[in-house]
Design a protein around this ligand. Structure first.
Ligand SMILES: [Ca+2]
Ligand SMILES: [Ca+2]
Ligand SMILES: [Ca+2]
Length: 288
């Protein structure tokens, strides 16, 4: 089965009604010259354009979608479509680890019982949220003082490797923000900070700083300040770019009465299940 048929099969099996999906074929570098993201010209690929495509509507269609019938159309890269991730199988390919991912940067912590990945490349809060979600995790939530200390340690260990536009390089974004309608800080899982298990703010925070040039509104996004002697939460500008931490639940079969027949320890989740789970969320093309 070739890759086109495989993609069509995934479209058939992933949705109740077939949808068009983004492909890695684009003309971002030169208008009208379509290449795959690994540099293969479209002419070398076994795929045809849909009728009347490519039509480059408004001179602004540099991305492509694959229709369920296997034909291609150019579209605006800002549109939201589902997509499939592809990774070639190699001999040294990582096995699915106890964090339920082949990403070795996710490490299990036996104090908190969660898995974490520290992202050294700074992103704004919204992009950080989406990155963690695409990795099958979520922007990390502090559930205990021990976890707050752990995040501080992770930040300080990675301090020299981080990229940030922030003069304060002690900030990591976390999964909570100010919910205007509620007038309260809530986690991305819908709990108040107290309900989540940790509501200690760093000294003088939250202070909702408005910066001088008004480029950024108030500080509505959650972060942790690793620079404080006593670690604590901090409110920060959502559009500013900071390192961030993703959290993920480990994949472990509970050895409880409900699952007496199963053995405890990490389970094996097939790679395809994981990738499909992460492909059916529509996104626009340039978010990654
Ligand atoms: Ca088009
Ligand atoms: Ca947590
Ligand atoms: Ca602040």
């Amino acid at each position: 089965m070739n890759i086109l048929q495989t993609m069509q099969n995934l479209i058939r099996t992933s949705f109740t009604t077939p949808k068009s999906i983004y492909t890695g074929i684009h003309s971002t570098f030169a208008e009208g010259h379509f290449f795959s993201i690994d540099g293969i010209p479209l002419a070398h690929m076994p795929v045809n354009w849909a009728p009347d495509e490519p039509n480059n509507v408004d001179g602004n269609e540099n991305c492509t979608i694959l229709h369920p019938n296997g034909t291609l159309a150019d579209v605006n890269c800002g549109y939201v479509h589902p997509f499939i991730c592809f990774k070639k199988r190699t001999d040294d390919m990582a096995e699915m680890n106890e964090c339920g991912t082949i990403d070795r940067e996710y490490q299990y912590n036996n104090v908190t019982g969660s898995c974490y990945k520290f992202h050294i490349i700074a992103r704004n809060w919204q992009r950080a949220f989406k990155t963690c979600s695409a990795e099958g995790g979520y922007l990390a939530i502090v559930n205990s003082p021990e976890e707050a200390e752990l995040f501080k340690t992770m930040h300080l260990e990675n301090l020299r490797r981080t990229t940030t536009q922030n003069v304060n390089n002690r900030i990591s974004f976390l999964g909570f923000r100010f919910w205007q309608e509620l007038g309260a800080w809530v986690t991305i899982h819908g709990q108040t900070l107290k309900e989540a298990g940790y509501d200690h703010w760093a000294g003088g925070e939250p202070n909702n700083v408005k910066n001088a040039d008004n480029l950024y509104e108030g500080e509505y996004c959650g972060s942790i300040d690793a620079g404080c002697k006593k670690v604590g939460l901090n409110d920060f500008w959502c559009k500013y770019e900071n390192p961030f931490i993703c959290e993920k639940q480990p994949v472990v079969v509970e050895s409880s009465s409900q699952s007496s027949s199963s053995t405890s320890g990490p389970t094996t989740v097939s790679y395809i299940d994981f990738s499909v789970a992460n492909t059916i969320v529509p996104r626009n093309y340039d978010e990654y």
